[in-house]
Design a binder for this molecule. Structure first.
Ligand SMILES: [Fe+2]
Length: 129
C-alpha cells in the first residue's frame, strides 16, 4: 500500500479519500491488473475530480484563505493526470509508464498532502471543527 500513516491529515473524510486514491494507483501500477487498466484509469480520473471538489467545498465553507491557490494546484494536477491517462491508454502497461505514474502521480499526491492538505487540516482543526 502506497499510503502511509504520515500522510494522515486528521480529517476522516479527506483521509479516506486519499487512501482510496492510493489504493487505485496501486492497482494501476500492478502488472497483474492489466485487464483492469482502462477501468482503473477511468475510475481514478473521476475520483480525483470528485475528491478535489470535496476538498474545495470544505475550503469554501470554512473560509480557507488559501482556497484559490489550492484550487489552482488541483486544476493543474487534473490536466497532468489527463495527459498521463491518455499516454497509459495508448501504451498499455509498461515499466516506463509505471515509473512515470509513480513519479508524477504518487510523488505529487504525497507532496501535496504533506504540505498543502496538512496546512488546510491545521487551519480547519484550529476552527474547532
Ligand atoms: Fe488538496
Amino acid at each position: 500500500m502506497l499510503w502511509t500513516a504520515t500522510l494522515e491529515t486528521g480529517i476522516p473524510k479527506i483521509d479516506e479519500q486519499h487512501k482510496e486514491l492510493f489504493r487505485q494507483v496501486d492497482v494501476l501500477m500492478d502488472a497483474k491488473n492489466q485487464n483492469r487498466l482502462q477501468e482503473t484509469l477511468d475510475f481514478l480520473g473521476q475520483y480525483v475530480v470528485k475528491h478535489f471538489g470535496d476538498e474545495q467545498v470544505m475550503h469554501a465553507s470554512s473560509n480557507y484563505p488559501k482556497a484559490a491557490a489550492h484550487k489552482q494546484m488541483h486544476t493543474a494536477f487534473i490536466a497532468t493526470f489527463k495527459e498521463l491517462k491518455q499516454k497509459f491508454e495508448s501504451s498499455g502497461h509498461n515499466l516506463t509508464m509505471v515509473m512515470e505514474i509513480n513519479k508524477v502521480v504518487v510523488g505529487w499526491l504525497k507532496d501535496h498532502i504533506m504540505r498543502h492538505d496538512k496546512e488546510f487540516a491545521a487551519y480547519y482543526k484550529g476552527l474547532g471543527k
